[in-house]
Design a protein around this ligand. Structure first.
Ligand code: CP
Ligand code: NVA
Length: 304
């Protein structure tokens, strides 16, 4: 692996390798075993959208690995005044050892990788959120010990999370069922990847999607950049809430995941959220471990 731009680019072995390393790094962290694999290295973190988890977990993770991370806000970079990403990539490649970028267009991330000479990590685009889904898969595997054969159900907007969950879930042998309104289906590229796979099911009926699910996942109805559509979306997604009725269709004791931030009484009830808070905050913690695995895999000196 040279970059983490989207899970569509990763093989099943790449994903499982990252999850295995993430488990090991988590174990080492819990047992105070230092792992300074990125001593002397620098990561630039370009943010064109807000973030709590991604920013803090990458920054803390890089520090724990012996390196340093630089927060580069769109407001301060020349990118914000129109300098092309192609030029930014070629300049930053001469200073840094890796770049994490959170932005709108997936093409911008692909361009950074195309023009730069250092590893690029996608920290969320409108198209996908690969780091989050690695953390989700890690959390699910911690609970069930396997991924293969488990049923993952995603309810709500066919957004960046839905796109990455479909790809990550199917690549690791999970059954993936999705419920979205007709007008909010996942991206066409992801639908093309998933369609025809007997493990993939998509419907506009949340109850049907949730049937017998081992894991139920949701996300905000209005992602970053879609604030103007908030009201229209609240109407369109009204029947797509993760609540007790929906969970009654899933397997008893099913797991609930939410990438956060969560909007209570919209995509998830406060009751379901609080009853599954341990799982949801473990998922948030696992961002740290999963991203450290990504950084070590992409940025550490290779020992042949
Ligand atoms: N889940 C997630 O990516 O959170 P932030 O937007 O806070 O980084
Ligand atoms: N779908 C959400 C995820 C936030 C982490 C968004 O893009 O805003």
């Amino acid at each position: 692996m040279k970059h983490l731009l989207k899970l569509l680019d990763c093989s099943a072995d790449d994903i499982v390798g990252l999850l295995d390393l993430a488990d090991q790094l988590k174990y080492e962290k819990k047992h105070n075993i230092t792992h300074r694999h990125l001593e002397g290295k620098s990561l630039g973190m370009i943010f064109q959208k807000s973030s709590t988890r991604t920013r803090v977990s990458f920054e803390a993770g890089m520090y724990q690995l012996g390196g340093q991370a630089m927060f580069l806000s769109n407001r301060d970079l020349q990118i914000g005044r129109g300098e092309p990403v192609q030029d930014t990539a070629r300049v930053l490649s001469r200073y840094l050892d890796g770049i994490m970028i959170r932005t709108y267009a997936q093409q911008e991330v692909e361009d950074l990788a195309g023009y730069g000479t250092i590893p690029i990590i996608n920290g969320l685009t409108d198209f996908c959120h690969p780091c989050q889904v690695l953390a989700d898969l890690m959390t699910i595997r911690e609970k069930f010990a396997v991924l293969e054969g488990l049923k993952m159900c995603y309810i709500g907007d066919g957004n960046n999370m839905a796109n990455s969950l479909i790809v990550g879930g199917l690549k690791t042998g999970m059954k993936v069922s999705i419920a979205t309104p007709e007008a909010y289906r996942p991206h066409a590229e992801v639908m093309a990847f998933a369609e025809g796979n007997p493990d993939f099911f998509i419907t506009n009926d949340p109850m049907k999607a949730a049937e017998n699910a081992d894991v139920v996942i949701t996300d905000t109805w209005a992602s970053m950049g879609m604030e103007a559509e908030k009201e229209a979306r609240a109407k369109a997604f009204a029947g797509y809430q993760v609540n007790d009725d929906l969970l009654a269709a899933a397997k008893p004791g099913c797991m609930v995941q939410h990438c956060l931030p969560a909007y209570r009484e919209q995509e998830i009830t406060t009751k379901v959220f609080e009853e599954h808070a341990d799982e949801i905050f473990e998922e948030a913690e696992n961002r740290l471990h999963a991203q450290k695995a990504v950084m070590v895999t992409l940025m550490a000196e290779k020992k042949d």
